[in-house]
Write a protein that binds this ligand. Structure first.
Ligand code: NAI
Length: 384
């Protein structure tokens, strides 16, 4: 698929357009807001100039990418596309309206994709006459830099559309992880305990947030600690994802959101973007307690909950073991894949650690995934 259309020229749409044009496709960007289109055009020119300055591309390549990208103001202009990727506001009714209108304009073979993070692809596909042509293509922010793309076939999607889509995204030099159409797909589901278990440790008063961050970086090798990362993402965004995953999973206690984070959003302490979240960016940063014994206990608790979530995603066939591990290393820069990490720490250790937490709290969030228990019994390791 070489003629690409992107609907919505905000953060994600602009990044996706850059990826496709860089890979040799012709790209049309459409937005209802003329200013958003002009901003997107300016930002692409800026980004490419910086890449030229750094010697990453030459002037000819910059001109080629700019010439391959056009900015259009009607949906009708997208009629000759092979693939349309929608990256507009995260609202099901608005997306369904755009998809049903779009379908009347494009050819019968055009693949229609959504970059949604939280809506079901099946519900978007159901707005079309030919739902088998609809698929999820979920990029990560910033799209040109993050290697991972989750590809999500809906229950209606045809095998041919899935094949064409994975081929195209691989041709764009991205790592594809195919995920089942379930809340949070892979990354936004499997990553939840990084935040929620860290918040729980903090709420219990076991350690302060600076110490928890220090523990995850020092012992685990994570680039950012959970509290730094939540501050970076923005508590409004991060809290909403947690709440959406929690409600979408019929209130499974494993995904329960945290009051601590909710209060921050209510107070307007949204993180870096508002100058204050857990950390106050106008003050000196709090110092962690650099106690490696305490840090190891904190790390063990958070990592085993992450491993449990990854194992359960495998158990429920959300994705393959390889795709689950790739998703976390290439989508959110984890230092290791979680299933590979489980092998390294030992499956028996994981089961015992989870049972110890369950024994302590008697809360369902600490239930051990059946796949870990079975592998421990059979003395197996994950094939990643
Ligand atoms: P954004 O707010 O930066 O951009 C959305 C753009 O869509 C705006 O320019 C707006 O004018 C345009 N738009 C709204 N309604 C439209 C319509 N009916 N027709 C045409 N254009 C319309 O949003 P962002 O962050 O780029 O997100 C877009 C989508 O990507 C959402 O579904 C979001 O959930 C998803 N996503 C966002 C990520 C992020 O980190 N921001 C990561 C992965 C997915």
């Amino acid at each position: 698929m070489k003629k690409i259309a992107v609907i919505g020229s905000g953060t994600m749409g602009s990044g996706i357009a850059q990826v496709a044009a860089t890979a040799g496709c012709s790209v049309k960007l459409y937005d209802t807001n003329q200013e958003a289109l002009s901003r997107s055009k300016g930002s692409l020119e800026n980004t490419l100039s910086k890449l030229v300055e750094k010697g990453k591309i030459d002037d000819a390549e910059k001109s080629r990418i700019l010439n391959a990208t056009s900015y259009v103001t009607t949906l009708q202009d997208l009629s000759d596309s092979d693939l349309v990727i929608e990256a507009i506001v995260e609202n099901l009714d608005v997306k369904r309206k755009v998809f049903s209108e779009l379908e009347t304009l494009v050819s019968a073979e055009t693949v229609l994709a959504s970059n949604t993070s939280s809506l079901s692809i099946a519900s978007i596909a159901a707005s079309c006459q030919k739902p088998e042509r609809v698929i999820g293509i979920h990029f990560f922010n910033p799209a040109p830099l993050m290697q991972l793309v989750e590809v999500i076939p809906a229950v209606q999607t045809s095998a041919e559309v899935l094949q064409k889509t994975t081929q195209t995204i691989s041709d764009w030099k991205k790592v594809v992880a195919v995920a089942k159409d379930t809340p949070g797909f892979i990354v936004n589901r499997v990553a939840r305990p990084f935040y929620s278990e860290a918040l729980r440790v903090y709420e219990e008063g076991y350690a302060d947030f600076a110490t928890i961050d220090w523990s995850m970086k020092t012992i685990g090798g994570f680039r950012m600690g959970p509290f730094e990362l939540m501050d970076f993402i923005g508590h409004d965004v991060n809290y909403t994802v947690t709440e959406t995953v929690f409600t979408s999973f019929y209130f499974d206690p494993r995904y329960k959101p945290s009051f601590t984070q909710k209060r921050l959003t209510e107070a307007g302490f949204l993180g870096r973007k508002s100058g204050r979240g857990f950390y106050n960016y106008s003050e000196e940063m709090p110092q962690p307690t650099e106690d490696t014994t305490l840090a190891k206990i904190i790390f063990d608790r958070v990592i085993v909950m992450l491993i449990n979530e990854a194992a359960d995603a495998l158990f429920l066939n959300i994705a393959s073991a390889k795709d689950i591990d790739n998703a976390m290393t290439k989508g959110v820069n984890y230092p290791k894949g979680l299933l590979a990490w489980a092998n390294e720490l030992g499956i028996q250790w994981c089961v015992e650690k989870l049972d110890e937490l369950y024994g302590e709290y008697h809360e369902d969030r600490y239930r051990c995934s059946p796949v870990l228990r079975k592998m421990n019994r059979e003395n197996k390791v994950f094939e990643v």
